[in-house]
Design a protein around this ligand. Structure first.
Ligand SMILES: [Zn+2]
Length: 178
């Protein structure tokens, strides 16, 4: 009923989030431990598909790190989202009722923004970032897709009356997105 976990300026993810990427050759999922590395792979995914070999000491012959199944809720990013500029932080928050995900950025200084317009005015007010090559196109507010079949069965999507769920969330991305 009450939702104490969402404090706008201090995001406390209610999910444990891990990121995975799918090999373009064997289609197995591999865990990517660093957010930065994940963002780099995602940014270039179309031009530069990812293979198991790109991960240290892993080949396509190794069993997958993680299975795409309903033991976790999967949230699938669109490929080629620009890597978050240094000093900024990109977050995806999945609503408790799984109805949708929201994408936002934390600006240097801690302000939370949810739209290109807000980014625009920040860059306007802080031209130093523009000089460093950061533009509004360095930001992408596209929301990832919540994979319906991985939502827990006892969740009524869209219902606001939910108790807190201890459940991990997967970030991943696929080629087709819609
Ligand atoms: Zn592979």
């Amino acid at each position: 009923m009450e939702d104490m976990s969402q404090s706008p300026d201090h995001p406390t993810p209610e999910f444990m989030s891990v990121s995975a990427v799918q090999c373009a050759n064997c289609f197995q999922w591999r865990l990517i431990s660093s957010q930065e590395e994940y963002e780099e792979i995602r940014e270039n995914f179309i031009q530069k598909p990812w293979f198991c070999d790109d991960k240290a000491n892993v080949t396509c012959q190794d069993p997958s790190d993680i299975e795409y199944d309903a033991t976790r809720t999967w949230v699938v990013d669109r490929p080629n989202i620009p890597k978050t500029p240094s000093g900024f932080k990109r977050y995806v928050h999945v609503r408790k009722d799984y109805s949708r995900a929201d994408t936002y950025y934390i600006l240097p200084g801690g302000k939370k923004v949810r739209s290109r317009t807000e980014v625009e005015s920040f860059l306007e007010a802080n031209p130093g970032y523009r000089d460093a090559g950061i533009t509004v196109d360095s930001f992408c507010f596209t929301t990832p897709k919540i994979m319906k079949e991985t939502i827990p069965e006892d969740v009524e999507v869209g219902s606001s009356n939910k108790k807190k769920m201890k459940r991990s969330k997967m970030d991943g991305f696929v080629d087709e997105y819609e």
